[in-house]
Design a protein around this ligand. Sequence first.
Ligand SMILES: NC(=O)C1=CN([C@@H]2O[C@H](COP(=O)(O)OP(=O)(O)OC[C@H]3O[C@@H](n4cnc5c(N)ncnc54)[C@H](O)[C@@H]3O)[C@@H](O)[C@H]2O)C=CC1
Ligand SMILES: O=C(CO)COP(=O)(O)O
Length: 521
Amino acid sequence: MAAGLREGLPAPCCPCGCAWYFRPTASIREELRTTGHAVRLETAGAEVGVVSVERAVTDWSARYFGQWWKAVEVEPQSVCAGPLVLAEIDPGAYGEAALAVTQAPHTSAVCAKAQLLVTRCEESGVVRAVSPDQALAYRSEPAGAILPPPRHPAMSRPCPARPIRWPGPVGIPTMACPQRKDPPVSRPRPVRAAVFSAGSWGTAAAKILADAGSDVIVHARRSEVADGINTRHRNPDYFPDVDLPASLTATTDPAAALEGADYLVLSVPAQTLRANLAVWAPHIGPDTVIVSLMKGIETDTGLRASQVVAQVTGVPADRIAVLSGPNLAREIMAGRPAAATVACPDEDVARRFQQACRTSYFRPYTSTDVIGCELGGAVKNVIALAVGIAAGMGLGDNAAAVLITRGLAETTRLAVRMGARPATPAGLSGMGDLVATCSSPLSRNRTFGAHLGQGMTVAEATAATRQTTEGVKSATAILDLARVHGVEMPITEVMAALLQGKIALDEAAAALMQRPPRPER
Ligand SMILES: NC(=O)C1=CN([C@@H]2O[C@H](COP(=O)(O)OP(=O)(O)OC[C@H]3O[C@@H](n4cnc5c(N)ncnc54)[C@H](O)[C@@H]3O)[C@@H](O)[C@H]2O)C=CC1
Ligand SMILES: O=C(CO)COP(=O)(O)O
C-alpha cells in the first residue's frame, strides 16, 4: 500500500470509515508558495487541509469529502490550522495507470461526481481506477481502505455492486504539517441523538443521523435487537440484511440512552406514545430537543404526537420538533434519495436538526408549521388505506388518482382550519408523503387497504400486518377532529365507518361515488 497519510490526521478521516492514502513523490512546497490551491475540510471533531498545485486535486477533495465534510476553497496559506495534506499529480503514474485500466475489462462508476473507470484483479484483489476527466488515478491493495459505492443511484451512475478498495490518488505526496500559523481551533463535540425505538423508521432515522456524523444510540425494547445492533451492526428484527453504521450503538436502558442527549427522536406507534414516554420522561435532560417521527393521532384525545409529547414531558413547544415527509424506511435503508420537512416553532431548532440529519441521500427542509406537517403525515395514512382498498378491488389507476387528489383536498381543509399554513399540505409532509405512501407497495397502510380490498376482514388484515399501521386507529380520531372543526372529510368518514365495521366494502365505494355533485375545491 502506498505510504499512509497518518501524521496528524484523525482516523478514520471520514464518517464512512475509509482511510485515505497518498504516495509521497517530489517536493511541492516551493511551488505551493506561489501557485497553490487549497481546500479546508471540516467536520465535527476533525479538520484537514488539502493543498495542491493541481486544482483537480483540491476540486476532487471538495467533491469527495463534501458529502460528509464541509469543504471550502481557501487560500493555501490558511489551511495550516489543522492537519495538512500537500499533494501533486504525477503525470507518469497517471499515464501508466490509465493504460492498465483501459486495457483491462473495466466498469464505469461515478465517484466524487466524476466518471471513474475501475478494474479489479480477482487473483490479487488489487483494484485500479482512473478518472480520465481529471487525470487522477487510484490503486488499492487488499489491506487498503474501502471506497463506498455511491450512496444512491439517482444521484450518480451505479458503481460496481461490491464496494471497491480505495487507494487514493496515485502520485500524491504527503508531508508533515508545516508550522502552524493559526492558533488551534476548538471544535464542537458531535451531536448526540437518542432514537427511541428500534422499529422500521427508528432504525432508518438512526442510520441517517449516524451517516450525518451524529453520535447515535438506539433504545430497543428487546435485548436481542440491541445485541444485534451492537455486535453485528444489524437490526435482526426489521432489517436483518442491511449493515448499520459501526458507530451506531443500542441499549435497552432508557436512562443510558438519554444521558447527555441533544435530541430524543421518538418513533413508536402513536397510540403507545403516552405510556412509553411517561416511563422515559424522567431521564430527559433539561436542554434535550424532542423530535417526533410519528404519523398518528391519539385516539382518546385527538392530540397530535407533538402535543402528547408536550403534555407528558412538560417540554415547551419550541423544544419539540417533528420530521415528516415521503420516507419509506426500507428505501432509506437502501440509501435511496429522500427528503423531508423538519418543523418546529423555533426555526433555529429546526435548522439545527436539519444539519444533524443531512446526508448525501437525505435532504431535510425546515418549517415552523408543526400542525400542517403532523396532520399531513397522519391523514395520508387514511388516504393510503383507501387507495389500497381500491387497488385490492381492482378499481384502476383513475380511482387511485381521484382518492389521492381528493384526499389532499380534505387534508388541506382540516389542516388549514386547525391553523396550518395553506402551502404546507402541498409540500413534502403533505402531497409528497401522500404520493409516496399511496403509490408504494412498501407502505403498510396501502398494503393493509389492499388486504381489505381483496376481501380480508379488519382482524385478518391486522393479523397479516406485523408492523405499525397508523391509519387504522387514526381514521376515527381524524374524523372526530373534522367534526369538531366543522370540516368535511368524506374519504376519512367512509374509511372510519368501514374500519369500525359499520359499512361493507361495496357500500364504501358507492358512498363516495354517489355524493351530491359539487364544484371542485
Ligand atoms: N416505517 C416507515 O417507513 C415510516 C414510519 N413512520 C412513522 O413512525 C412511527 C413508527 O413506525 P414504524 O417504525 O414503522 O413502526 P414499527 O412497527 O416498525 O416499529 C415500532 C417500534 O416501536 C416499538 N414499540 C414501543 N412500544 C410499543 C408498543 N407498546 N407496542 C408496539 N410497539 C412498540 C417497537 O418495539 C418497534 O421498535 C409511526 O408513527 C409511523 O407512521 C414515519 C415515516 C416512515
Ligand atoms: O410514512 C411512511 C412513508 O413516508 C410509511 O408509510 P406506512 O406507514 O404506510 O408504511
